[in-house]
Design a protein around this ligand. Sequence first.
Ligand SMILES: [Zn+2]
Length: 223
Amino acid sequence: MNIQFSFDDNHVLNMRVADLLEQYGFRATFFINIVPLTTHSGMTTKQIKLLCLRGHEIGAHTVNHVQLPLHQRGRRHHELRRGKSRLEKIIGSEVTGFSYPKGQYTDEIKIETEAAGYKYARATGEGNINPAVDVFAVIPTVQIYNSPLRRYLRIKRNLLEGTKFSLTGDWKKSCMKYIGKNEGIVHIWGHSWEIEKQGLWTEFEDLLKWIRNFNIEKIESED
Ligand SMILES: [Zn+2]
């Protein structure tokens, strides 16, 4: 089993997420828009570089956090390419991952993303533990947030699409359920600002602790 973490948006609280992850031996991918949303406290270029140096992957999330399908090709081109080159300048190495702002894309946008030099793109959503069939629409497993209504709608949609699911209304329980099955890829994703907004820091740390202990037990039982 493979456990992955990814976080979207340029927010200074990404540093707190990274601190916690590292404390339990994990690393994540941080998808960063160059210009932070007006309501967000952005990261400094030094912090972005530091995340990279500390072993996290830096991925792109456009320049201005635009919903790509709402824009013309020229603007999309700019957002995809400049969002990548600016980050590469900051971290001094290649950026190959992208995540679609608000999870919005079309078939055309997927092609443009690949043409811009990315190797994969993460979408939003929940419920997937299988390797991506389409690397330009990587569907994760659980989002770190508690919203029973939003999750209910997702479960309903996933069921209709025939996705394997075991989501409960509670994000942490969902993660534990998936990880407990010990198969596939469990991709946990979220936003650092949302962890703050929903007061989920303790739950997040508890989950990391649980995963670490779970992994240790698994390794011991395999001996
Ligand atoms: Zn975003």
